[in-house]
Design a protein around this ligand. Structure first.
Ligand code: PLP
Length: 382
């Protein structure tokens, strides 16, 4: 490792001191009031997030997974229904569909953006399709215009899985204000992270917002009267307080992530032009917030191991596409069902990215990566 300090994939301990004391102040306030679940802290954060995203309703919930689950419940997804989503995403995107005894229907991805390919969407719809759930993977919005056009024509609601994309935009409109509803995660590693689990659902639709508020409290609006079966999807006051303190930093953190993306692009430009590495592409009209900076390399596992030898942490999001997961074996899908998702799973490699990453660390990552990919044969030999 050349004696140099290792470069972590993510370091959640590099904290701004001003922010740290602001968090402590807000947490102390909660202890003073003794209101630990829901309450003014949650309402305060919901209002601030609604203004930040530019959406009418924000419903704070217990996690990104529960945000997706509640959103699908709100549009009535149930046994025998189908929900269309991407096979190349975090497990929760499809897990929530299965938990409602509905069928996940996968549509292969666009290899350039890793997001659901709208050109293949229409063919996946049936009279049983109850929702379309595109994922804004790695911090870049799916191609929403064609998705919304098809959904609108077929009268099917669209639930954005925006868990990785807070602050991203599509043709100037923010993730979370594009579909019928959107789910956000504030898991600590996300671009806006809580000190534990937290999430939110956004919507423009007041009726759906009311339904979501009821669903997060076991389907009740008046205590001990249950209009429907919901769950405990409540957001903790402490998490809301932490998130409210961090929210004013989000825009500059995302700017810093984008600047790191630009820097990686400059330093890896030659290797990319030589065909040794494929850099992430920002599609036209999209503002990528680089929740992850993901390159493609042939011989990925060897490259990952070489980087590890030089003290560079990387990760693979995600090594197994969802249609090949054991728990979905009964869907009858197999290797070859979604070739682009399968190819991506073999080639993707996430490099360290977080706002506090230093220029020196960026150069160590790219130096090690250029050396590692230089050892294998270029994809297009002369
Ligand atoms: C993080 C994430 C989720 C789930 O969020 P949790 O807060 O961990 O439950 C869902 N979908 C995607 C794409 C995610 O990245």
């Amino acid at each position: 490792m050349n004696g140099a300090r290792p470069v972590p994939l993510l370091d959640l301990t590099r904290y701004d001191e001003v922010l740290r004391s602001e968090i402590a102040r807000r947490v102390e306030e909660i202890f003073k009031t003794g209101r630990f679940v829901m309450g003014a802290a949650v309402e305060g954060f919901e209002g601030a997030l609604a203004r930040e995203i530019g959406v009418s309703h924000v419903v704070g919930v217990s996690s990104g997974t529960d945000a997706l689950l509640a959103a699908l419940m709100a549009v009535g997804v149930g046994p025998g229904d189908e929900v269309v989503t991407s096979p190349f995403t975090f497990f929760a995107s499809a897990g929530v569909i299965a938990r409602l005894n509905a069928l996940p229907v996968f549509v292969d991805i666009d290899p350039a953006t890793f997001n659901l390919d709208p050109g293949r969407l229409e063919a996946a719809l049936t009279p049983r399709t109850k929702a379309i759930q595109p994922v804004h993977l790695y911090g870049q919005c799916a191609d929403m215009d064609p998705i919304l056009e098809i959904a609108g024509r077929r009268g099917v609601p669209v639930v954005e899985d925006a868990c990785q994309a807070i602050g991203a935009t599509y043709k100037g409109k923010p993730a979370g204000a594009l579909g019928t509803m959107a789910a956000f995660s504030f898991y600590p590693t996300k671009n806006l992270g809580a000190a534990g689990d937290a999430g939110a659902v956004t919507t423009e639709d007041g009726r759906l917002a009311g339904l979501l508020r009821s669903l997060r409290l076991h389907g009740g609006s008046v205590q001990y009267h249950h209009d429907r079966v919901g769950g405990n999807f409540r957001l903790d006051a402490l998490q809301a307080a932490v998130l409210h303190a961090k929210l004013p930093y989000l825009a500059r953190w995302n700017e810093r992530r984008r600047a790191i993306g630009v820097r990686y692009g400059e330093l890896l430009g030659d290797a990319a032009r030589a065909g040794r590495v494929t850099l992430p592409a920002e599609a036209p009209g999209r503002r990528h917030v680089y929740h992850q900076y993901v390159v493609r390399v042939a011989d990925r596992d060897r490259v990952k191991a070489r980087l590890a030898e030089e003290g560079i942490s990387t990760a693979v999001f995600y090594p197994i596409p969802l249609h090949l997961q054991e728990c979905f074996a009964d869907l009858g899908l197999r290797k070859g069902s979604f070739p682009e998702a399968e190819k991506a799973a073999m080639e993707v490699l996430a490099l360290p990215i977080f706002p506090e990453l230093t220029e020196g660390e960026i150069e160590r990552v790219t130096g090690a990566l250029v050396r590692a990919v230089g050892e294998s044969r270029p994809r297009y030999s002369k």
